[in-house]
Design a protein around this ligand. Structure first.
Ligand SMILES: [Zn+2]
Length: 261
């Protein structure tokens, strides 16, 4: 049963991870999510043949548009998103098994990937992804709480989300250039989703995000010759910390606090 759940979840992660490219690209260009979904960015000719297949579409994109020969700006990103989607959702399925809450974390994982891709490219955390994510997550967590009478988890999720939002809001006010308001909204979503698993998980998520962001930030400063102005987007690190905590939060929180939290 669990092997089946993991397989289905990983396959879903692959297909939806691949599809995230459309959301990331169109939202970035401020264009509607209209059909044909996979098409040339210049002449709008729809993708044909292998260009319609997840992951394999890299082959077609490397060749450019079959109609006008224009190159694709993001040749590999759909395949990277598909691979990460399969990995993350597969790992979540191993973690949760056939638990109803897996649906909430599948949405959360895909949303974190989409937000990271947009933030890496354009330095924004789009409300057009944050708000639909919340609109899906909240009812999914309510359903998961109702099914197994886990209302305490829902309370911790709400408290963690509010606390993370408030904490990052203070950071944003203190250092507006270091922390955008998009990061504040994102932290609220991460606090909510990791807090459902426990306060320790929320702590591990942000702790891991800050450690990872600081390490990469240091490397960037060293590589660019000590220029402290060389900034990096923070969203992907918060997202990575959150995914890390959903998968490994239990053992890490246990090691940190010497008890299950
Ligand atoms: Zn074209």
């Amino acid at each position: 049963m669990n092997a089946l759940v993991t397989g289905v979840s990983a396959a879903g992660g692959l297909v939806f991870g691949d599809g995230i490219e459309i959301i990331v690209h169109r939202l970035g260009e401020r264009r509607p999510l209209d059909r044909p979904w996979w098409r040339c960015e210049v002449c709008e000719a729809p993708a044909t043949g292998v260009g319609q297949v997840p992951v394999l579409r890299v082959v077609a994109r490397r060749r450019g548009c079959p109609s006008c020969a224009a190159p694709f700006k993001q040749t590999y990103r759909p395949a990277v998103l598909a691979a990460l989607g399969a990995l993350v959702l597969g790992a979540f399925a191993v973690r949760f098994g056939a638990d109803v809450v897996l649906a909430a974390y599948a949405v959360f994982g895909l949303s974190m990937l989409a937000i990271s891709a947009v933030d890496l490219e354009r330095w924004i955390i789009p409300n057009h992804i944050i708000y639909p994510t919340l609109a899906l997550l909240i009812p999914l967590f309510v359903i998961a709480s109702a099914v197994d009478d886990r209302w305490g988890a829902l309370g911790r999720a709400a408290a963690s989300g509010a606390a993370a939002f408030a904490g990052f809001y203070l950071l944003h006010v203190a250092v507006p250039k270091g922390m955008g308001f998009g990061d504040v909204r994102l932290s609220g979503v991460i606090g909510l989703a990791t807090g459902w698993l426990g306060y320790g998980h929320a702590f591990v998520a942000f702790f891991a995000g800050f450690v990872l962001g600081s390490l990469v930030g240091l490397v960037v400063i060293v590589v660019t010759g000590g220029d402290r102005k060389s900034r990096i987007p923070f969203g992907p690190f918060l997202a990575a910390g959150a995914i890390f905590s959903v998968i490994w939060g239990n053992p890490v929180a246990h090691a940190l606090f010497h008890r299950t939290v």
